[in-house]
Design a protein around this ligand. Structure first.
Ligand code: COA
Length: 259
């Protein structure tokens, strides 16, 4: 499918989605959101895709929502924009396959929120993170007020949201906003190596692990444990579990089929 603002490539069962609007630092307009929504809907059932890398073209990952589009909205329009952007980012977070953000440059506002919706974040040394919405008289509207404190704690999240200042990749790593910074190998090599490492594992187990964390995170502990037990148990009926355990006992690599 041709896209206006995305490049989508699949190699070794890893899809790389590149937001490609470099003249506007990959700012998220309605069309970019529509395309992201469409491609992630397709990935959910695409048997040729085991994991996804999200990155940006040029010197930016994503420099936020398209401010020209945001500026044209009234209160009701802004609320709709927020709900619709949240729905797309929720789709990314709930994809039953690992999603890795490869943050190559500015991850500001909606770009930081896009990275937060991914399961694992790796960054280049030049990446910059920030939630500058307060400088525009706004707040983050694509899940940032909720995902950031859950990831790095309320105090640090408040500091980033109230100052609106950018932090660099080293600081993002120090506070747990990113999992790794690519210092030696290129960012794409680091992201690809993470993607291939996770994609070797049982696909159904990956899907249930993502579901257990996403759906269990905000539940009371007993309820979340019950969810874990149910998901754990559901894997007992799968060929993947039979294969994974048999392969371990036979001292051979597992061949998962996702059944
Ligand atoms: N929405 C729309 N356009 C954007 C944009 C955004 N979020 N971020 C950058 N752009 C556009 C700029 O308007 C400029 O377009 P132009 O060449 O047609 O004038 C182009 O991208 C390049 O950006 P520029 O500001 O010239 O680059 P810079 O290197 O001087 O600064 C940033 C880079 C990221 C610091 C700066 O672009 C910026 O602050 N962007 C907005 C970040 C933001 O507030 N995001 C949250 C939005 S809710």
């Amino acid at each position: 499918m041709p896209y206006d603002f995305l490049n989508v490539e699949v190699a070794d069962r890893i899809a790389t989605v590149t937001v490609n609007r470099p003249d506007k630092l990959n700012a998220l307009n309605a069309r970019v959101f529509e395309e992201l929504d469409g491609v992630f809907t397709a990935f959910a059932t695409d048997r040729l895709v085991s994991a996804v890398i999200v990155t940006g073209a040029g010197r930016s990952f994503v420099a936020g929502a398209d401010i020209a589009e945001v500026a044209a909205q009234d209160a009701a329009g802004l609320e709709r924009l927020s709900a619709s952007g949240q729905a797309t980012f929720n789709k990314i977070e709930r994809l039953p396959k690992p999603v890795i953000a490869a943050v190559n440059g500015f991850a500001l506002g909606g770009g930081c929120e896009l990275a937060l919706a991914c399961h694992i974040r790796v960054a280049s040394e030049h990446a910059k993170f920030g939630l500058p919405e307060v400088k525009l008289g706004l707040i983050p509207g694509y899940g940032g007020t909720q995902r950031l404190p859950r990831l790095i704690g309320k105090g640090r999240a408040l500091q980033m949201m109230l100052t609106g200042e950018q932090i660099d990749a080293a600081e993002a790593y120090r506070i747990g906003l990113v999992n790794a910074v690519a210092t030696g190998p290129t960012l794409h090599e680091v992201a690809m190596s993470v993607a291939l490492q996770v994609a070797k594992n049982g696909p159904l187990a990956l899907a249930r692990a993502i579901e257990a964390i996403n759906d269990g995170f905000d539940r009371m502990a007993d309820d979340a444990m019950a969810l874990e037990a149910r998901l754990f148990g559901s894997l007992g009926a799968t060929k993947d579990m039979a294969e994974g355990t048999a392969a371990f006992l036979a001292k051979r690599p597992a061949q998962f089929t996702g059944e």
